[in-house]
Design a protein around this ligand. Structure first.
Ligand SMILES: Nc1nc2c(ncn2[C@@H]2O[C@H](COP(=O)(O)OP(=O)(O)OP(=O)(O)O)[C@@H](O)[C@H]2O)c(=O)[nH]1
Length: 381
């Protein structure tokens, strides 16, 4: 009977070992990290040909992963703009000075008007708006006079506001399709503050709870992609970039594909803006837009202009607007410019509103443009 006893012991042993293995495997199954499903964005109809060329053109070498998702509190838009207002009302502001001078004289004779006009032109208001403003003020102040500076100031405020045009829609169009992200192309000459603007804008959007992907399509300068990746890490969003000298359209396409694959809300694409030749620029930016549009709709083309460059900036604005359909202007470095008049001139010439302004090098120094606040700043209020 011994053998029956030993058989029972062996069976119990086997049962216990088998059960242990099963229990261990079961636990591992729950604890094992779930592999993310690879999402391959489906090419848009008709996109295959150019997308294939694009992929053959260049290999996108890296997708910089963000260090950690950042969802910090950022300064409210109104208070960001209030800082600009304070900076504008500083004494270096030519427009503010001209207006203050006008209000301080007892009698406005033709010399005073001539000086006034010259200062307005020097502040980049443009000849047309300068003439309009002077004419309107001459008419109204001839009736009401400047004896009552408060009343005169009111006239000035109203006329300036008319020039800046509070009726324009300055909101960013970030309406995305069901599956596609909203795409914003940021264009402009290098050095105007494009990359910085993309970074600051990403920060604002992330703080609003939006998911963002950055595209470093400024492949001309390796440092530009590096700079954008740094912003991406800082803000906690991925940056899609290619090797130095890669086809910008390819990088832009990949960034938008990645955004679509991840169901991101917005893809911000930083482009290179070398004004080597108008044709070259047209080819480059035209191709970026065309290729991106095979994957998703381009919602906004934001032109970044450096307010300190005055008439040179206006020339750039004209060229870019001929090359690509600009939908909004970002005026940077208004903090360091005595030439706030460029807001009026550039809107007039391009027929496109200033939507955002850069007012410093800090991470929160980008604000939505507010016409009333801007005019108040110019008037030193
Ligand atoms: N004062 C001030 N400086 C700014 C503002 N916006 C950008 N800058 C500075 O302008 C310089 C150029 O900015 P970038 O963002 O590198 O310009 P970019 O157009 O991308 O040029 P590349 O980097 O050459 O492609 C940087 O030193 C920024 O910090 C602003 O609103 N005010």
């Amino acid at each position: 009977m011994d053998w029956i006893f030993w058989l029972i012991v062996a069976l119990i042993g086997l049962f216990l070992i088998g059960g242990g293995i099963l229990a261990y495997r079961g636990r591992r199954g729950i604890e094992a990290p779930v592999e993310p499903e690879a999402i391959e964005p489906a090419p848009a109809p008709g996109a295959e040909a150019e997308a294939t060329t694009v992929e053959a053109d260049v290999e996108v070498v890296g997708v910089e992963e963000p260090a950690a998702p950042a969802r910090e509190e950022i300064e409210a838009p109104q208070s960001r703009f209030a800082r600009l207002r304070r900076r504008l009302s500083g004494s270096q502001n030519a427009l503010a000075r001209a207006l203050a001078d006008l209000l301080s004289v007892d009698r406005i004779d033709s010399d005073v008007w001539d000086d006034f006009e010259a200062t307005l032109i020097a502040s980049d208001l443009g000849v047309g708006p300068t003439t309009e403003l002077t004419e309107a003020l001459r008419k109204q102040l001839a009736v009401e006079g400047v004896a009552d500076p408060e009343a005169a100031r009111k006239v000035l405020r109203a006329e300036l506001l008319k020039l800046v045009d509070p009726t324009l829609d300055r909101s960013l169009n970030l309406a995305s399709g069901d599956d596609d992200p909203a795409v914003v192309l940021v264009v402009g000459v290098n050095g105007t503050g494009k990359t910085t603007t993309v970074g600051k804008l990403a920060r604002v959007l992330v703080a609003e709870g939006k998911s963002v992907v950055l595209g470093a399509a400024d492949t001309f300068r390796a440092a530009a992609a590096e700079q954008l990746s740094t912003w991406g890490e800082r803000v906690g969003v991925p940056t899609v970039r290619g090797p130095e000298g890669a086809d910008p359209a390819s990088v832009a396409f990949d960034a938008v594909s990645r955004g679509a694959g991840e169901r991101a809300d917005v893809v911000l694409v930083d482009t290179a803006g070398r004004l080597h030749t108008k044709v070259g620029l047209m080819d480059e930016l035209g191709k970026v837009k065309r290729v991106v549009e095979k994957r998703a709709t381009v919602n906004e083309v934001l032109l970044v202009l450096d307010a300190t460059t005055g008439q040179n900036g206006m020339m750039q604005a004209r060229i870019f607007s001929e090359v690509v359909d600009v939908t909004g202007i970002v005026l940077t470095k208004l903090d360091g410019s005595a030439k706030g008049g460029i807001v009026v001139q550039v809107q007039r010439e391009l027929g496109v509103p200033v939507k955002l302004i850069g007012l410093g090098e800090g991470v929160d120094d980008l604000a939505p443009f507010d016409p009333e606040g801007f005019v108040a700043g110019i008037l030193g209020e």
